[in-house]
Design a protein around this ligand. Structure first.
Ligand code: ASP
Ligand code: MG
Length: 414
C-alpha cells in the first residue's frame, strides 16, 4: 500500500477554513487507497506570536520554557486537523512529536533528531487511521520537549518519512513549488519540475524556503520530496537524486541541460573584518575556534594575502549574531595581534546554483559581468562545485537577482 507523509505549513492551516481544506485534500488521497501521515506547522504566525509573548514577560526567556511554549502551536493545529478529518468521516488521530517517537538531543531551539521510533504511528496506520503529527518538536531522553529550529516541521516530515519508509514526502505550502528565483522578486521566475537534493540544498540555504536539514535528511535516506501548493492542484517540484541515483549520469549531468538552475539570495548578512593580524600559522584557528565554541555561525570567509607580514581577515555572520560575534572578536583582538575590528551590517548574498556548472568554465565570469553591467559592486566571492555566491550591498540584492535571472535566461526553461 502506498504510504505518503504530507506536511502542511503554517499558512496552509492558518484558520478553520484552511484546516478544513487540508482535511478535504487528505480525504481525497485516502480515497485513492493510500495511507497518510500528515505533519503540520503551527497555524499562521502562531510561533512568532508565542515568541513575542514570551519576550513580553521576560527579557531572556529560558530556552527550555520557550520550547515547551512553542510546541503548543503545533499541538493546536494537529488536534484540529484530526478533528476535521473525523468530521468528514475519516478516522484520524493526532500525536504530539513525543507520541510520534521523535527523539532529540537537548539543544533547545535547534534540537537535532537522533532517533525516530515509528511504532505508535505504525500501529495507528495498521488500524486504518490517518495520523496527524505535530511538527517542529521532539523529546529528550529526560522527557523534556524541544523544538527543531524555525521551519523545523519540514525536518519532522522527512524524518518520519525515512523512519516509516514512506513512498514519498509531500510538502504543501503556499507556493506551487521551487522556482528559478523568488517569484516576489522576479515575476518571470519559472517553476522547476525536478531538482536534485544538492541544488535544492544550495537554494534552500540561500533563500528559497525549505528547511535545509530536511533536504539533507531526504538525500541521506533517499526520500523523494515533492513540494506543491495546498491551495491548488498545479504540479509542484520533485526533489530527488535524478533518474540514475546519487552518482549516476543523472539529468543534471546531461550536456544539454540548463547549467544554472536557480538564483538564490539571502539578506541580513553582516561582515566583520579583523584588521592587520600577523600573517602566520594559527591566526585563523585562534579566531574561528572560539567563535565556533560560542556557537556563532560563520559563513563566507576571506583572508587577503599579507602586506608587510600582516593581513585582514573578513567573514560574514547573520546580522542577528553580529553583536555577539563582535564581542567575541574584540575579546580576542589582543591575542590575535590585530589592530581593529570593523563591521558592515548592511549586506546580502546572491548566488547562482546548478549541478550543471560543474566542470564548465565561464559561469563565474559571466556572473561578474552581469553584476558589473548593473553597477553592482561585489564585496566578497565564494564558490562551491555547484554554486557561485557574491556578497553585495543589501539595497542592491533584489536587482542583482533580477539581472542574473535575465542574464542567464532562466525564464526560458530547459
Ligand atoms: N511553527 C514553526 C515555525 O514557524 C515550525 C514550522 O513552521 O515549521 O518556525
Ligand atoms: Mg510557521
Amino acid at each position: 500500500m502506498t504510504l505518503l507523509v504530507h506536511k502542511y505549513g503554517g499558512s496552509s492551516v492558518a484558520d478553520a477554513q484552511r484546516i478544513l481544506n487540508v482535511a478535504r485534500r487528505i480525504a481525497g488521497v485516502r480515497d485513492t487507497g493510500a495511507q497518510v501521515v500528515a505533519v503540520v506547522s503551527a497555524m499562521g504566525d502562531t510561533t512568532d506570536d508565542l515568541i513575542k509573548l514570551a519576550h513580553s514577560v521576560a527579557a531572556e526567556p529560558e530556552p527550555r520554557e520557550l520550547d515547551l511554549l512553542l510546541s503548543t502551536g503545533e499541538l493546536v493545529s494537529c488536534t484540529l486537523l484530526a478533528m476535521a478529518l473525523r468530521g468528514l468521516g475519516y478516522d484520524a488521530i493526532s500525536l504530539s512529536g513525543f507520541q510520534a517517537g521523535i527523539r532529540t538531543d537537548t539543544t533547545y531551539g535547534k534540537a537535532r533528531i537522533f532517533q525516530v521510533d515509528p511504532a505508535r504511528v505504525q500501529k495507528e496506520l495498521r488500524e486504518g487511521r490517518t495520523v496527524v503529527v505535530a511538527g517542529f518538536q521532539g523529546m529528550t531522553e529526560d522527557m523534556d520537549i524541544t523544538t527543531l529550529g524555525r521551519g523545523g516541521s519540514d525536518t519532522t516530515a522527512v524524518a518520519l518519512a525515512a523512519a516509516l519508509k514512506a513512498d514519498r514526502c509531500e510538502v504543501y505550502t503556499d507556493v506551487e513549488g521551487i522556482y528559478t528565483a523568488d517569484p516576489r522578486v522576479v515575476p518571470e521566475a519559472r517553476k522547476i519540475p525536478e531538482i536534485d537534493y544538492d541544488e535544492m540544498l544550495e537554494l534552500a540555504s540561500y533563500g528559497a524556503k525549505m528547511h535545509p536539514r530536511a533536504i539533507e535528511l531526504g538525500a541521506y535516506y533517499q526520500v523523494p520530496i515533492y513540494v506543491a501548493s495546498s491551495f491548488s492542484d498545479a504540479p509542484g517540484t520533485l526533489i530527488y537524486h535524478g533518474p540514475h541515483g546519487p552518482r549516476g549520469p543523472g539529468e543534471s549531468a546531461m550536456e544539454n541541460r540548463i547549467k544554472v538552475t536557480g538564483i538564490a539570495y539571502q539578506t541580513n548578512v553582516a561582515k566583520i573584518t579583523v584588521r592587520s593580524v600577523p600573517d602566520r600559522p594559527g591566526v585563523a584557528a585562534a579566531l574561528f575556534e572560539p567563535l565556533a565554541a560560542a556557537g556563532v555561525n560563520v559563513d563566507t570567509i576571506v583572508q587577503n594575502t599579507g602586506v608587510e607580514r600582516t593581513t585582514d581577515i573578513s567573514f560574514t555572520v547573520n546580522r542577528t549574531e553580529l553583536a555577539r560575534a563582535v564581542r567575541e572578536v574584540q575579546a580576542l583582538l589582543k591575542k590575535l595581534g590585530g589592530t581593529e575590528v570593523v563591521t558592515d551590517p548592511g549586506l546580502a548574498s546572491v548566488s547562482i546554483v546548478g549541478s550543471g556548472m560543474q566542470n564548465s568554465p565561464g559561469y563565474a565570469s559571466r556572473m561578474f559581468r552581469i553584476l558589473a553591467d548593473g553597477n553592482i559592486n561585489i564585496d566578497m566571492i565564494t564558490t562551491s562545485e555547484i554554486r557561485i555566491s557574491c556578497i553585495v550591498q543589501e539595497s542592491q540584492v533584489k536587482e542583482a537577482v533580477r539581472l542574473l535571472h535575465r542574464g542567464f535566461h532562466l525564464e526560458q526553461g530547459p
